[in-house]
Design a protein around this ligand. Structure first.
Ligand code: ADP
Ligand code: MG
Length: 237
């Protein structure tokens, strides 16, 4: 197995932050729970992708993180797998509201995240609800009432449901902004700010993005505390 430095060089990983933990280079040495390893194995994955390898140990230290890597690099499991371990650790009653909130720009992407959460969280029996616009609210509200550990939502629909007071974000302690650059491009900043205002300040915040323009840097500065930054390859600004 490569040394942490050699692995980072080979995969063009750069990190900034205090005492950044070494990457988790293989599943065998990962220390991940057996239920999760079982799902990863049945998916046929041979090793963590570089963004997973470097962001898992940081996320597992409950630190804020900005992860910048191009599309297709495995960012979804980069934040979902540590979120599963977070849910176990805090073990909230899901009927009081979700522990994990993932914001995603589109219905299509939100649905894909939900599918991965269901697939990889199956053995751990997590419940996950997906909220997006362009569909009736009734079934989504009923899903919320049944309780969910994880909510994946587009900012517009979640903000509507918050204004109806049909969901509480008071239990959220793991907040993910996925595809942060696209959400800002689509004009979701006001909704995102309202949503983040409803999430307790004592939380872990994770941002996963393909690019790192100044608008994204601004919300990162507003929403995160002392984040570790991880880049894979060259970063588009
Ligand atoms: P991104 O969000 O960076 O665009 P995704 O999370 O959608 O990337 O992942 C892209 C594809 O790679 C998905 O089909 C996913 O299931 C797959 N994938 C994720 N992690 C691994 C891994 N460790 N090994 C092989 N394939 C993986
Ligand atoms: Mg993605």
């Amino acid at each position: 197995e490569l040394s942490p430095e050699a692995y980072r060089r080979r995969h063009e990983i750069t990190v900034s932050g205090d005492k950044v933990p070494p990457p988790i280079i293989s599943f065998g040495s990962s220390g991940l729970p057996s239920e999760i390893l079982k799902e990863v194995q049945s998916a046929g994955f041979s090793a963590p992708t570089p963004i997973q390898a470097q962001s898992w140990p940081i996320a597992l230290q409950s630190r804020d993180i900005v992860a910048i890597a191009k599309t297709g690099s495995g960012k979804t499991l980069g934040y979902l797998i540590p979120s599963f371990m977070h849910i176990k650790r805090v073990s909230n009653n899901s009927r009081l509201g979700p522990t994990v909130l993932v914001l995603s720009p589109t219905r299509e992407l939100a649905t894909q995240i939900q599918d991965e959460a269901v697939k990889f969280g199956k053995s751990s029996r997590f419940s996950c609800v997906c909220l997006y616009g362009g569909a009736p609210k009734g079934p989504q509200l009923r899903d919320i009432d049944r309780g969910a550990d994880i909510v994946v939502a587009t900012p517009g629909r979640l903000n509507d449901i918050l204004e109806m007071r049909r969901i509480s974000l008071q239990q959220v302690s793991y907040l993910v902004l996925d595809e942060a650059d696209r959400m800002l491009d689509m004009g979701f900043e006001p909704q995102i700010r309202k949503i983040v205002n409803e999430v307790p300040a004592h939380r872990q915040t994770l941002m996963y993005t393909a690019t790192w323009p100044k608008e994204v840097r601004k919300i990162a500065a507003d929403f995160m505390v002392n984040p570790v930054q991880v880049n894979i390859g060259n970063v588009d600004e």
